[in-house]
Design a protein around this ligand. Structure first.
Ligand code: CA
Length: 237
């Protein structure tokens, strides 16, 4: 298990390295933001402990730039600030957890173990700038979290797993609600419209498309569907 510690206070860095190595982790340290980010980009780690206030480049900027480039190494922020907006900002930008300094070493170890456990099951579903965390059941677009109800989340996950496929109201009714489609009800359309408001209204790129009279599909552009249901033309992988 390899851990990168990006921390400019030498005393803290040495303490973390010594303590974590005693627990059997392999530890590398970087003393400024630029060096740390370079390590994070070029080496493979199971976890990064990332200080916020760093010379050359701060922890939030490093976090943002790593996530922007799809580097998904779990990151635990070590913040001296306890301002809620900093913590929320860090988590929104893709930090997996945070600890406010000063912290007890055994708390850090517990958080690391927890992240390691989560890391093995955490899966992200991604389409364009839409990302679903199938463990936390959360959604975001371009890093902006989108609040969804349980049913809306189930719907968008279904669309994401069937991206580019035309999905009929009957299928949604059966697979999401678990009952046979009642043509007299518009519950599916109502839910899809709610979902569309949340997913698409604030973004210029629309993802939830309607095929009139046939159903819905997830795509960043209009697709043409042959009359045989479920086959699409012009679909890119
Ligand atoms: Ca610092």
């Amino acid at each position: 298990m390899r851990i990168l510690v990006i921390e400019d206070e030498q005393k803290v860095a040495r303490f973390l390295k010594k303590g974590l190595e005693a627990e059997g982790y392999e530890v590398e340290t970087a003393a400024d933001g630029k060096t740390g980010e370079k390590c994070a980009r070029t080496e493979v780690y199971d976890l990064i402990l990332l200080d916020v206030l760093l010379p050359k480049k701060n922890g939030f900027e490093i976090l943002r730039d790593l996530r922007k480039d799809e580097i998904r190494t779990p990151i635990l922020m070590l913040t001296a600030r306890s301002a809620t907006e900093d913590i929320v900002g860090g988590l929104d930008q893709g930090a997996d957890d945070y600890l406010t300094k000063p912290f007890a070493f055994n708390v850090l170890l517990a958080r690391i173990r927890s992240l390691m456990r989560r890391g093995t099951v955490r899966t992200k579903l991604k389409y364009a700038d839409l990302i679903l965390d199938t463990v936390a059941h959360t959604a975001s677009r371009s890093g902006t979290p989108i609040e969804l109800t349980v049913r809306e989340y189930a719907l968008i996950e279904y669309f994401l797993r069937h991206r580019g496929e035309l999905i009929s109201r009957q299928e949604l009714s059966r697979d999401i609600w678990g009952y046979n489609f009642d043509p007299g009800t518009n519950v599916v359309d109502v839910y899809v419209n709610h979902l569309r408001k949340k997913i698409d209204a604030d973004f210029s790129m629309k993802l939830l498309q309607t095929e009139r009279g046939k159903g819905y599909y997830l795509s960043d552009k209009k697709l043409s569907f042959k009359s045989a249901k479920g086959t699409s033309a012009g679909m890119s992988a």
